[in-house]
Design a protein around this ligand. Structure first.
Ligand code: IPM
Ligand code: MG
Length: 363
């Protein structure tokens, strides 16, 4: 029996619904395995702006830093998609990532056997895909300065800055190598070194770090070519390590291998996960707030449920419990239950809440 402190940030759009489904599953774990998950609910994103004027208050960030783990739904609301908006829901998420020092974002892409025939790709291409993208999360274009819009005598300009230090590259490369070591021992480092200075540094530093990992087969790919490889031969990929923006784009693409954005979980960590060692982190589905799907009991909560499983594994070191959730998801899918996004003929269509209940009943 153990006690853990969580901060729960449902956020915007479908966030509250998918989080409620995952919390339902966590409650089943608490009961069955006799643990206590203290859940401190706080605001983030558009709803936080509406209620506090800020996308993430200092108080919320400090609670997150003190917790064992943070479970997050999604942020984003189209009403803030206007050039005049001074603060955006996404600022809350970026502030949380930066504020907690979560530089390593793990995005596993596993094609579940019963969904392999149901993606937009040929089943023989996606069947058996099992890869992880390690996305650098606190650097690059997202955070580089200067970052602004301004008016010159010849009109408006905008600038973002892509910048990386060797330390930032080395630490994320290490996460990639360590993860590869625990898997099939292949690491693909993705950059755009034929054009970008940051990428030329990236490649150099990754090669330097690789000296400590002679057992890992290292391959370099340009990001455009990696985008192609992901569709052409995704089974050949084990671990990908890449910078922030490339990782953002490649993981939306990779989610199509699994059938839906609604299937991909993620863990954002401040270090390398090691088996049996607790590491604080933030867990969220890779999808957004999908405002058009919100409040209709439609959204697929599996990505969030699987994120909760990653939380149990990395932040609470509850390995058996994490596996119970993952197996529960598999069982429910085997039994033919599907949310709208992965629905096919002959399957049983269920909503967000029901999907959560079905998994909860099988842990
Ligand atoms: C993601 C999302 C976020 C990102 C958005 C919501 C800011 O797309 O987690 O992939 O770009 O990182
Ligand atoms: Mg994204």
């Amino acid at each position: 029996m153990a006690q853990f402190k969580m901060v729960v940030l449902p956020g915007d759009g479908i966030g509250p619904e998918v989080v409620a489904a995952a919390v339902n599953v966590l409650k089943a774990i608490e009961k069955k395995y006799n643990h206590t998950f203290d859940m401190d609910y706080q605001l983030i994103g558009g709803i936080a702006i509406d209620k506090t004027g800020e996308a993430l208050t200092k108080d919320t960030l400090s609670r997150c830093k003190k917790a064992d783990a943070v479970l997050l739904g999604a942020v984003g609301d189209p009403k803030f998609d206007v050039p005049s908006a001074l603060v955006r829901p996404e600022d809350g998420l970026l502030g949380l990532r930066k504020g907690m020092g979560l530089y390593a974002n793990l995005r596993p892409v596993k094609v579940l056997p019963m969904l392999a025939d149901q993606t937009n790709l040929k089943p023989e291409v996606v069947r058996g895909v099992d890869l992880v993208v390690v996305r650098e999360l606190t650097g690059g274009l997202y955070f580089g300065r200067p970052k602004r819009r301004y008016t010159t005598s010849r009109g408006r300009r905008g600038v973002d800055t892509m910048s990386y230090s060797e330390q930032e590259i080395a630490r994320i490369a290490k996460v990639g190598f360590e993860l590869a070591r625990s898997r099939r021992k292949k690491l693909m480092s993705v950059d755009k070194q034929n054009v970008l200075e940051t990428s030329r540094l990236w490649r150099q530093v990754v090669i330097e770090v690789s000296k400590d990992y002679p057992d890992i087969e290292l391959e370099h790919q340009l990001v455009d070519s990696c985008a192609m490889r992901l569709i052409q031969n995704p089974k050949s990929i084990d671990v990908v390590v890449t910078e922030n923006t490339f990782g953002d784009i490649l993981t939306d693409e990779a989610s199509m291998l699994a059938g839906s954005m609604g299937m991909l979980p993620s863990a954002s960590l401040a270090g390398t996960p090691k088996e049996g060692v607790k590491i604080s982190g933030m867990y969220e589905p890779i999808h957004g707030s999908a405002p058009r799907r919100a409040n209709q009991n439609l959204a697929n909560p599996i990505a969030t449920i699987l994120s909760a499983a990653m939380m149990l594994r990395y932040s609470f070191t509850l390995l058996k419990e994490a596996k119970a959730i993952e197996d529960g998801v598999l069982k429910v899918l085997e039994e033919g239950y599907r949310t709208y996004d992965i629905m096919t003929e002959g399957m049983k269509k269920v909503g967000t809440k029901e999907m959560g209940e079905l998994v909860a009943a099988r842990v």
